[in-house]
Design a protein around this ligand. Structure first.
Ligand code: SF4
Length: 375
């Protein structure tokens, strides 16, 4: 493996092999990392210019009751817990109405519990859709779809179709964790397999709904596990074209069970930068948007990662409780004005987007999978 070959391939938009991606993920020397970040930064500029997008959004976690035992999760509560809740339509309405200006997207997800039936969640979504016809509902992870399919005895297609009729506009690409069953068996053994995750995401795409794709990293996974995940996501994208963005989520270890068994000497921020950079190079012309997270990394690091391949700053995000429950310090609301001023301060161009990045489609209506700089 050598840098010259990789740089020449990136310049000509030739796919990196899985071995090359693994080699890049394994670099530790500061000179190698500088070279990696510069290459990913250049690729990002080629695709997205200096534009950095963000969205005005809100997370609604309709219940925190969950019967699963994922070792990285401190969000879930048992039904007997004093902190357990199930939101009513009025609760959610109050949250949405308290927002500063019109919200563009609601991320609508919840725990997995016999206390909350699919019909009730559909009813809640239908009411919200009636109240807020203009909001994009980015709803349900593949895990929830599988859970509700088991509860109701219906197929994935039937469950996703009903959710779509109730008001769902796109699917959350969460619950992917690492799409390598070796890792899933260790950290979330009750969850669906990698194959099932892909099948459910493809079901949404088949019904005309896009999705995101995430990875939860910084725990027990190896570089090979990460590359296996990347390959699944790239193959899926080449089949359907339905993934709007790739979202690397840094694991927050502090209050979790999994946090007690991981390598505490790992430089987590450096790993996050590397993940963003390698994702940018691996997904090249297949997934144009690579998200960085101010919630996970903090503002200063998130802004820095915009030079290493990321082009989207995620959202203003009201009530992000999952990261905070796991020990993260960020995750409350940040006003749009801060996104605009911070992005400008580092010499980039802020752009408020919608869930499906319409501004990119408007700029290049005939392009899918072949991007050119928009600025
Ligand atoms: S990650 Fe999701 S499925 Fe797993 S325990 Fe937490 S809420 Fe439940």
């Amino acid at each position: 493996m050598n840098w010259e070959i990789i740089e020449a391939k990136v310049k000509r938009s030739v796919d990196l092999t899985d071995e090359e991606a693994k080699w890049l993920l394994e670099r530790r020397d500061s000179s190698d990392l500088k070279r990696l970040y510069a290459l990913a930064g250049e690729m990002n500029e080629k695709l997205n210019g200096r534009t950095v997008s963000f969205i005005h959004n809100m997370n609604i976690n309709y219940t925190n009751i969950c019967e699963y035992h994922c070792t990285f999760c401190e969000f879930k509560k048992s039904p007997a817990s004093k902190e357990a809740y199930i939101l009513s339509a009025d609760d959610v309405k109050r949250q949405i109405d308290s927002a500063d200006g019109a919200i563009s997207e609601i991320t609508f997800q919840g725990g997995l519990s016999p206390e909350v039936k699919f019909n009730e969640v559909l009813g809640l979504l239908k009411q919200l859709r009636r109240f807020y016809p203009g909001i994009h509902f980015h709803a349900f992870s593949p895990e929830e779809i599988d859970y509700y399919a088991a509860e109701t005895g219906q197929s994935y297609l039937e469950v996703v179709s009903q959710a779509q009729e109730a008001g769902m506009n796109s699917m959350c690409g969460t619950a992917a964790e690492v799409l390598d069953d070796e890792v899933r068996r260790k950290i979330c053994w009750e969850k669906i397999s990698s194959d099932e995750w892909c099948e459910i995401i493809k079901t949404a795409h088949k019904l005309g709904m896009p999705s995101t794709a995430t990875i939860l990293f910084g725990h027990v996974e190896t570089a090979q596990n990460v590359v296996n995940h990347f390959k699944r996501v790239r193959d899926l994208q080449r089949e359907t074209g339905g993934i709007t963005e790739f979202i690397p989520l840094l694991f927050m270890p502090d209050k979790t069970k999994l946090g007690r068994v991981i390598d505490r000497h790992l430089d987590r921020i450096e790993y996050a930068f590397k993940m963003i950079a390698v994702a940018r190079l691996y997904f090249m012309n297949d997934i144009r948007n690579i998200q960085t997270s101010w919630v996970k990394l903090g503002w200063a690091n998130a802004l820095e990662s915009l030079d290493y391949g990321a082009n989207d700053m995620s959202g203003t995000l009201y009530h992000e409780s999952i990261t905070r429950e796991a020990g993260g310090e960020n995750g409350e609301y940040t006003p749009r004005e801060k996104f605009v001023s911070e992005i400008r301060r580092i010499g980039k161009i802020p752009l408020e987007r919608d869930t499906i990045y319409s501004y990119q489609k408007a700029a290049h209506p005939s392009l899918r999978g072949h991007f050119v700089a928009s600025q």
